[in-house]
Design a protein around this ligand. Sequence first.
Ligand code: HEC
Length: 188
Amino acid sequence: MGRIVCLLLICLWLWSGSLAAWASVDPGELAKAVTEIELLDQMRTSLAGTLEGSTEEPTLDTFKAVCAPVGRRAQAIAQENGWQVRQVALKYRNPNHKPQDAAEERALAEFAAHPDLQGFWQRDERGVRYFRRIDVQASCLVCHGAKDSRPPFIQTKYPQDLAYNFQVGDLRGMYAVIIPELEKALEK
Ligand code: HEC
């Protein structure tokens, strides 16, 4: 009898071990998320850089071509990989970018409290989350600087805009990726 219980316990232990492995993050996928977000951030920096110091009067098209394409690229990355990819900010311009849950609120608070914190990942019931900070650079101020100096298209298109009056070095927000865990992805 004792032997059977012992065997059962061993089986249970093996089974729970394989469950833990099943639910763990794939390091390759996490690394890919980090890389994709760095590329996405570079895309914004270089698009904003093309406007900076430009002597030509910016047209509506050039003004639109910085953060909206970043949002579209974020959606494409999400679709290609089966992840959720978001930009999140307390002072948001597009209301889709306000924090969606307590985990995002906590992550923003972490970045605000620790200016040296560049990014981190954690696990919760939604899967593996990766967060990466976004700071304000000089090239961002043409659209995220003083309220009255925002380009007219922003003032008309985003009447609820909160994303202005920033200064260089301020925390602008963060990227937030959710990689659903395998078992949860299969349940769907
Ligand atoms: C040409 C104007 C322009 C410039 C320059 C610009 N932004 Fe934006 N930004 C916008 C607009 C417009 C949106 C809203 C886009 C949307 O609807 O998704 C936005 C949205 C964002 C968001 C998403 C959160 C939110 O508030 O909706 C972040 C983060 C952001 N900008 C960061 C930056 C950073 C960092 C820079 C400089 C590297 C920068 N922006 C430069 C116009 C600009």
